[in-house]
Write a protein that binds this ligand. Structure first.
Ligand code: BES
Ligand code: MN
Ligand code: MN
Length: 457
């Protein structure tokens, strides 16, 4: 296995440059303006898989953006690892807050700055390069299947059907994903769960047209005022969510689980300082790590209505809107929670306004077992290359397709992520440390090695 490291070191600079090339393609899945770039990015991923030694790599068209699938089958008796990742990225705006162009990657202080550097091109590409390392050195402990999609950031709308249609082709022993974060290079960790998501949009209508706020103000309910009061009422004084039934299926952690979760290194003071917030906030009775990892939440993601142009316009608007999302934990169901939200939101609307609630894409929460062979293989791989055992944590983010791997393909997932919470994913100045990129490429082959070893035992 010594050859892996040698090969990686020899090719380190090229591995980095190839990632930079990928980051130059603005594969923004949410914005149709970038449709051709997304397609171009899929081609680049396909080419990179073939270059890495895949037996075959194909692009599958979908009703949305294409899926890239490649595989290298070395021996039918060896276990098979299905790697999942995404090559699409979030929109880059607000552009003015970037220190350099989001699609003109630069390396500063050992960090790669670009949209997608961490989420998920940088992390996905580690698997492509790890495949190259294993192929080129002739040391491939497992069969490798790679499925890289272009719609994760818009809810993986067409991937579910792809799983249904390609069950045979996607047969494997485990799904391996690098699209989450670890605590730090000094404290490597593995996320053992992801939150689900229910995403709603609401429209509140007051009068049948915009009105002069002097002529009518005070006598007609203002839909923005009403919407703000409704949103404010969704949390009580303990920052508990007020939707009836919302917590019914939430599982409380055992004292032992709480203790384990809270033993991860964390400083509320550093957290506040880094984010520029005055004090901690959250649901009463829970720690920061419990709040993001194990508790459901509700956040307003956007709110608009009325006049937002330059200067002042005295208007009592006809309509107000908001996007509101809820992060879910086991065993909350996305559809069920969306329905509870809809009912409640309609019920709290004052008589002076009408409310329309619609649901966007969602996803189910997942817990990945820490006592499985695959988890142990990931832990051993990280111990080998970091010199430290990883700490199990719970991630706050969502990857909706993970629940379907289990439901449709019967496959468990290991979340071996190498990002950091302060990598600014979905924010301006997204970055990924070169050291994390290289450590990932070094660690992944060991996952394959230990997984193969532990599977035959
Ligand atoms: N890679 C993230 C999810 C993530 C980030 C999990 C950090 C754990 C730690 C993924 O690309 C993402 O952003 N997911 C979205 C959901 C999706 C439906 C848009 C999310 O979590 O908001
Ligand atoms: Mn991602
Ligand atoms: Mn993302």
């Amino acid at each position: 296995m010594q050859n892996w490291k040698e090969y990686q070191e020899k090719n380190q600079e090229r591995f980095l440059n190839e990632l930079l090339d990928l980051l130059r393609i603005p594969s923004v899945s949410a914005d149709s303006k970038y449709k051709a770039d997304v397609a171009h990015c899929a081609e680049a991923v396909q080419a990179s898989l073939l270059k890495a030694g895949a037996d075959r790599a194909e692009i599958y068209a979908t009703a949305g953006h294409p899926i890239v699938y490649g595989e290298k089958i070395v021996d039918a008796t060896k276990p098979t690892v299905l790697v999942y990742g995404h090559y699409d990225v979030q929109p880059a705006d607000p552009l003015e807050l970037w220190a350099s162009g989001p699609f003109e990657p630069v390396i500063k202080d050992g960090k790669i700055f670009a949209r997608g550097a961490c989420d998920d091109k940088g992390q996905m590409f580690m698997h492509v390069k790890a495949l190259e390392v294993m192929s080129a050195t002739g040391e491939l402990p497992c069969n490798v299947k790679m499925m890289i999609e272009g719609e994760e950031e818009v809810g993986s709308t067409n991937l579910g059907k792809f799983l249904e249609d390609h069950k045979e082709q996607l047969q494997a022993d485990i799904v391996l994903v690098s699209d989450t974060s670890m605590i730090s290079m000094e404290h490597p960790s593995i996320e053992s769960g992801l939150r689900g998501l229910a995403y709603m949009e609401v429209e509140v209508t007051g009068p049948n047209r915009d009105l002069h706020s002097g002529v009518y103000g005070g006598a007609v309910q203002n839909p923005i005022n009403a919407l703000c009061a409704m949103i404010a009422s969704l949390h009580d004084e303990n920052n508990h969510i007020t939707i009836p039934g919302f917590y019914d299926k939430v599982q409380e952690l055992s004292e032992a689980e709480k203790k384990a979760l809270n033993s991860a290194p964390f400083s509320q003071k550093d957290y506040n300082e880094e984010l520029g917030i005055g004090e901690e906030w959250g649901e009463k009775g829970y720690s920061n790590l419990e709040r993001t990892g194990t508790r459901p939440t509700l956040d307003c993601n956007g709110i608009w209505g009325g006049y937002i142009g330059e200067g002042a316009k005295t208007v009592l608007p006809s309509k107000a809107y908001a996007k509101i999302s809820m992060r879910l934990v086991p065993s909350q169901g996305s559809e069920e929670i969306s329905e509870l939200f809809r009912k409640h939101f309609e019920s709290i609307a004052p008589k002076g306004v009408q409310v329309k609630v619609t649901a966007h894409h969602g996803g189910e929460p997942v817990v990945t077992p820490t006592d499985s062979v695959a988890y142990q293989a990931a832990a051993k791989a990280i111990s080998t290359t970091f010199g430290k055992d990883p700490i199990p944590t719970r991630g706050g983010g969502s990857i909706p397709i993970i629940a379907l791997f289990e439901k449709t393909l019967g496959l468990k997932t290991v979340l071996m992520g190498f990002g950091l919470d302060n990598d600014n994913i979905h924010s301006p100045n997204e970055k990924y440390d070169v050291a994390n990129y290289e450590k990932g490429i070094e660690t992944i082959p060991y996952f394959h090695k230990y997984f193969a070893e532990l599977m035959v035992k």
